[in-house]
Design a protein around this ligand. Structure first.
Ligand SMILES: C[S@@+](CC[C@H](N)C(=O)[O-])C[C@H]1O[C@@H](n2cnc3c(N)ncnc32)[C@H](O)[C@@H]1O
Length: 209
């Protein structure tokens, strides 16, 4: 019995998630083949299933219509957002593989826009984005000064919610949590859920100028 079968034997009622995981796996396998990578997604089953359930739960809370993702990489989390919501997803990264975009467009027609850009240029280059996202997912550069910059950018966009990746990442969780807590203390955001695997969902209280 493989890990997938084992998981769903224990979580029998999770049919929808099972179907999404099967779909996710097939999209990601397609991507791995096209990117000529070793398809390392299959090696990190636990991470995938936890991320998939997290993103499902976040979508249930936020019910997003427009999501901005900072950090597309190969498109794994983008696939999860598209699978679990009906939202339009705008995903940025400094470099975006064309094959990922083609694969995702094939599966989620018209719901994905990808833009090669630096997150630091968002407010300068895309002022029309202000007020247009209900959720910003921050998963870009995880150095502390860059996390602060991305939070401030996200706040200027005035979303209802922000989801931070790597809240429990062994390498930078202390820094991440310290930074997020400073914003909480200033009453700018409030933590909605931080027990997710790696992620922390916050609600924006006040717009930071
Ligand atoms: C951890 S990966 C994102 C993983 C992706 N969300 C996923 O789950 O598949 C981080 C990504 O952020 C991108 N990145 C780093 N700094 C950035 C910046 N200043 N602006 C935009 N993207 C950035 C990197 O190129 C990298 O692809």
């Amino acid at each position: 019995m493989n890990k997938l079968d084992e998981y769903f034997k224990e979580n029998k009622s999770d049919i929808v998630l099972k179907l999404k995981l099967i779909e996710f796996n097939s999209i990601l396998k397609d991507l791995a083949d096209r990117l000529n990578s070793d398809g390392d997604y299959s090696n990190s089953f636990n991470e995938i299933i936890l991320n998939l359930t997290t993103i499902r739960d976040v979508c249930k809370i936020v019910r997003p219509k427009n999501i901005l993702e900072i950090g597309f990489n190969r498109g794994a989390s983008a696939t999860m957002w598209l699978l679990h919501s009906k939202a339009k997803l705008t995903s940025i990264d400094t470099k975006i593989p064309k094959v990922s975009v083609n694969t995702l467009n094939k599966n989620f027609k018209d719901r994905l826009s990808t833009i090669e850009m630096n997150s630091q240029d968002i407010i300068k280059d895309k002022p029309e984005w202000i007020g247009s996202f209900d959720l910003v997912f921050i998963d870009g550069d995880h150095r502390k000064e860059m996390i602060v910059k991305d939070i401030n950018t996200a706040l200027k966009l005035n979303p209802k919610y922000i989801l931070f990746d790597d809240y429990y990442h062994i390498a930078h969780m202390h820094e991440m949590q310290r930074i997020i807590n400073e914003y909480v203390k200033e009453n700018i955001i409030e933590i909605i859920k931080n027990s997710y695997h790696m992620q922390c969902l916050v609600k924006v209280i006040e717009r930071k100028e």
